[in-house]
Design a protein around this ligand. Structure first.
Ligand code: HEC
Length: 133
């Protein structure tokens, strides 16, 4: 009986841990458009994965200048270079050199929003339940 109780407790704590580990942020507030973007269901759930539009645009566009050993002058960047809040502030302010140089104008507003969604979802803190929501 005691053994059963212990197994049950173990089972439940494992389940709870698993949920907290895999829970990426469910929504993101976008300051520029003043909208709330739902990231864990609907179309954005797909588009903010690495194979969706957000992930692909980051890899195919931003990474042109921000991969390791690139010759475009951008430093190495990846999803976890910033926290979720950090990425959101970064896109809200648009003060980076590449944004000021007009590089971002090559993307549509929608593409830029999706890159922001993607980075927000997979940032260095996105698996930290207390930070990312
Ligand atoms: C044509 C090249 C180019 C493209 C495309 C580009 N960048 Fe940059 N970016 C730069 C350069 C050059 C700098 C200045 C050097 C540095 O800080 O890396 C920079 C700076 C940055 C920084 C550092 C500033 C900071 O506050 O940390 C970030 C972050 C950044 N870019 C993100 C992005 C993102 C996200 C995209 C895609 C939407 C992007 N860049 C597209 C060239 C580019």
């Amino acid at each position: 009986m005691k053994y059963l109780a212990i197994s049950l407790i173990l089972f439940f704590s494992l389940t709870v841990t698993a949920f907290s580990v895999f829970a990426t942020p469910s929504k993101r507030y976008d300051a520029n458009t003043q909208t709330c973007r739902v990231l864990n269901s609907g179309p954005l759930e797909w588009e903010t994965r690495s194979w969706g539009k957000g992930g692909k645009t980051f890899k195919q566009f931003c990474k042109n200048c921000h991969s390791r050993d690139n010759n475009q002058g951008g430093r190495f960047l990846w999803e976890e270079s910033k926290t979720s809040t950090g990425w959101n502030n970064f896109f809200a302010r648009q003060t980076a050199q590449c944004a000021k140089d007009g590089e971002w104008d090559k993307l549509t507003t929608d593409q830029l929003l999706l890159v922001n969604d993607y980075l927000y979802r997979w940032s260095s803190t996105s698996l930290d339940r207390n930070d990312s929501r």
